[in-house]
Design a protein around this ligand. Structure first.
Ligand code: S3P
Length: 403
């Protein structure tokens, strides 16, 4: 697909974003193993979350979709059936990593894989803890999809995550749902806690104390009606667009404001961005609100340590903002960017280069000086949705049309 994007005069008005990707995946997977029907409102319209629904269907669960509403007829902890063919996670790391926790604990065999990008992403990070729980999983070259999962009853473990990863945390907790006893996960840094909140919403017994999560298994999940908040990581692209394009004034309605995700807003405010939260409500265990953003002179900043982990998906958008800022952006401790849908340090650098934006690349981050001009260019998403969106936003502020 090719798109022509012309420079914008202003980014103004109001937008309502699709449902949060992370939350949609979790609600769909938990609904599939819960007892009874779950209705999920504002389910993500993105391809990744539809890969999850495809897998849920292939596991014998009836799923009805209308517009952005999804009805999942859960059949309880033992209600999934062996898939007839390989499960297809498409481009979605969340689907393969989180669903593997559920599959490893079933009493059947399954295989799960995905597209070319997913096939290059490491799965040993989930295979290790699942093996400790007694799971039997084979992967290509020992660490890449497709995974062949020989399901069986798992036992609970206490596990310290070697990296900050909400997907791995979720996989271990999902693996522990059918186990007898406490599955305990320690995180090196707090990552998004949608799993903990969703598990509680579906009726699991779970405690969180600082960076330690304890799931008391086995869990008996009950179907629920839940609304997915708008996706804050998608809002990041609109926020940056409004911040860098002259005369912009935009309201983004119904955005998820979970405190483990909203570090983005704090970081932007710290840079001097004119951002206001208009109203905060609760939906299920998640927070939701409207955000007002206006064109601002942003100073620039440094992203490192825990903050980097909390903002990992927003870094492509922030790179664009950094180039337009007064003092630029420094990103450190972000080696995880190298194992996303693309090596995002490399794909950000490549597109910056094409637009004439100076960038200095490090092994675990980059440095972009401020006050730079985006020059019209032919850009490449490299098949990565966040790279496509970040540079579509850069194109809005460029000195001519971009492809
Ligand atoms: C996600 C966690 C993050 C994030 C991904 C979604 C999740 O991945 O980058 O887009 O929903 O748990 P990691 O767990 O690999 O950090």
């Amino acid at each position: 697909m090719q798109a022509q994007i012309s420079p914008a005069r202003s980014v103004s008005g109001a937008v309502l974003l699709p449902g949060d990707k992370s939350i949609s995946h979790r609600y769909a997977m938990l609904a599939a193993i819960a007892e009874g029907d779950s209705k999920i409102l504002n389910y993500s319209t993105g391809a990744d979350c539809h890969s999850t629904l495809g897998c849920v269907r292939a596991l014998g669960i009836q799923v009805e979709e209308s517009d952005t509403e999804v009805l999942i007829h859960g059949r309880g902890a033992e209600g999934l059936s062996a898939p007839q063919s390989d499960l297809d996670a498409g481009n979605s790391g969340s689907t393969i990593r989180m669903l593997s926790g559920i599959l490893a604990a079933r009493n059947f065999e399954s295989r799960i894989g995905g597209d070319e990008s997913l096939s290059r992403r490491p799965m040993d990070r989930i295979m290790r803890p699942l093996a400790e729980m007694g799971a039997s999983i084979e992967a290509r070259d020992g660490r890449y999809p497709p995974l062949a999962i020989h399901g069986r009853k798992l036992h609970p473990i206490e596990y310290t995550l070697p990296m900050a990863s909400a997907q791995v945390k979720t996989c271990v907790l999902f693996g522990g749902l059918n186990a007898d006893g406490d599955t305990i996960v320690h995180e090196p840094m707090r990552t998004r806690d949608h799993t903990e909140l969703a598990l509680r919403d579906f009726g699991a017994d779970i405690d969180v104390h600082k960076r330690t999560i304890t799931l008391h298994g086995p869990a008996h999940l009950q179907g629920r009606e839940l609304q997915v908040p708008g996706d804050l990581s998608s809002a990041a692209f609109f926020l940056v667009a409004a911040l860098i394009v002259a005369e912009s004034n935009l309201v983004i309605h119904g955005v998820g404001l979970n405190p483990t995700r909203s570090a983005l807003l704090d970081f932007l405010a710290g840079m001097g961005a004119a951002i206001q939260i208009l109203e905060i409500k609760q939906t299920g265990s998640e927070l939701i609100g409207d955000i007002l953003v206006r064109k601002s002179a942003v100073r620039g900043g440094v992203l490192e340590k825990a903050q980097t982990a909390a903002l990992i998906d927003e870094i492509p958008a922030l790179a664009v903002l950094g180039a337009a800022s007064e003092e630029g952006l420094v990103v450190r401790d972000a080696a995880e960017l190298r194992v996303k849908e693309t090596d995002r340090i490399a794909t950000i650098a490549e597109n910056c280069g094409r637009m004439g934006i100076r960038i200095e690349v490090r092994e675990d981050g980059f440095e972009i000086p401020g006050k730079q001009t985006f020059h019209a260019a032919e850009l490449d998403s490299f098949g990565d949705h966040r790279i496509a969106m970040a540079f579509a936003v850069a194109a809005l502020a460029a000195d001519g049309p971009c492809t």
